[in-house]
Design a binder for this molecule. Structure first.
Ligand code: BT5
Length: 329
């Protein structure tokens, strides 16, 4: 019932609706309507009440609420099952737990804050409350394990397209898993796959996107290499709008372009966003480093590097980091 009351207010955003109208529409007493209004106000909805005019939701607040998220989410798989946490260790860890217990494809875990957010190789991901999108999606792709990097590619393209649509921002992709803007990291993707040699049981793809960080919110360790939508666009964003756009773009790419011939199309889009293609880069692995020109990307999501002696080397996304010759990108 709380969600229905909220939806009536959202349908009339910026305008008053009388308590009587709401109680008539829902077949509940005006006292019950008032109870739900008070609940919504306590949850952060700026609802004005007037004895004469009724109730008015002034604006959509930036809170993670499934009723808000589901409004206008036109997906059939992604986000149809959703868990929203105010605070959690890691959304990827939780999504893996759900996947192991049979959660359906498209199940989404979102948190306002992560206290043990993770990057690749056990690195930590800074995820303070209310500042970003910390979200993971359960996938059950029909891919061979060696094609698993396609999931990162699909997600990166989906995030880039979603940001263009919902935040009017052009971003670049830095192979394998970074979304960058102005030479700094805006978003990281963590693709974790549970597989046997021939079959992927499930994958969990995590997205960490810095939304409403200001420069001074960024901790010292990442100040020089990280950015946020707020820093880039000089305004705050409503996270639910961006989450909705990401889920819609991901579903489109995942269902239509992950397999076979359509993947080539996706790869072209990925290349068009690439900030390293045709550039000289350093590929830093565990205990090794290679330099060369980023010449292209393989169908399995690998990087094709032209070494100084002219040989081509295929680099798998696994455990490497990429740097420009003297900078992050
Ligand atoms: C990544 O790892 O870029 C993947 C990050 C994925 C985070 C999401 S949030 C939702 C889901 N749940 C999780 O627990 N994780 C996923 P990697 O390429 O290893 O980059 C990690 C490095 O990025 C760190 O060592 C820092 O240098 C830097 N970093 C940490 N927090 C950052 C932030 N908020 N913004 C930009 N850079 C950050």
């Amino acid at each position: 019932m709380r969600d229905v009351v909220l939806n009536i207010l959202l349908d009339n955003l910026g305008h008053f609706v009388s308590g009587e109208d709401i109680s008539r529409q829902l077949g509940i007493t005006r006292a019950a309507v008032w109870k739900y209004i008070k609940l919504l106000q306590s949850q952060g909805y700026p609802i004005e009440s007037s004895t004469k005019k009724g109730y008015c939701l002034r604006q959509v607040p930036d809170i993670l609420d499934d009723a808000l998220l589901l409004r206008g989410l036109d997906t059939s798989v992604f986000g149809r099952k959703m868990e929203i946490h105010s605070s959690i260790g890691s959304t990827n860890a939780r999504a893996k737990e759900l996947a192991l217990n049979g959660a359906p494809e498209g199940t989404v875990v979102i948190a306002d804050e992560q206290v043990q957010g993770r990057g690749r190789l056990g690195r930590s991901w800074i995820s303070p409350p209310g500042k970003g999108i910390w979200m993971s999606v359960v996938l059950r792709p029909r891919l061979f394990p060696q094609q698993a990097s396609r999931i990162t590619i699909m997600t990166a393209v989906a995030v880039a397209n979603a940001l263009k649509r919902s935040a009017q921002i052009e971003v670049g992709i830095k192979w394998p898993n970074d979304i960058v803007c102005g030479g700094k990291k805006l978003c990281g993707i963590l693709n974790e796959v549970h597989a046997e040699p021939q079959v992927i049981h499930y994958a969990v793809v995590g997205i960490g996107l810095n939304v409403n960080f200001s420069q001074e919110d960024l901790p010292d360790g990442i100040k020089d290499l990280a950015t946020s939508l707020k820093i880039e666009k000089d305004k705050e964003f409503c996270r639910v709008d961006i989450i909705r756009a990401i889920l819609q773009e991901m579903e489109k790419s995942y269902l239509q372009r992950l397999n076979n011939d359509r993947f080539t199309e996706l790869l072209k889009e990925y290349e068009a966003h690439s900030v390293i293609l045709g550039k000289r880069v350093r590929v830093i692995g565990i205990g090794s480093e290679l330099s060369g020109y980023a010449e292209g990307f393989g169908e399995d999501g690998s990087l094709i590097l032209r070494l100084d002696d002219g040989r081509l080397e295929t680099i798998l996304a696994g455990d490497v980091s990429i740097r420009g010759e003297s900078s992050y990108v």
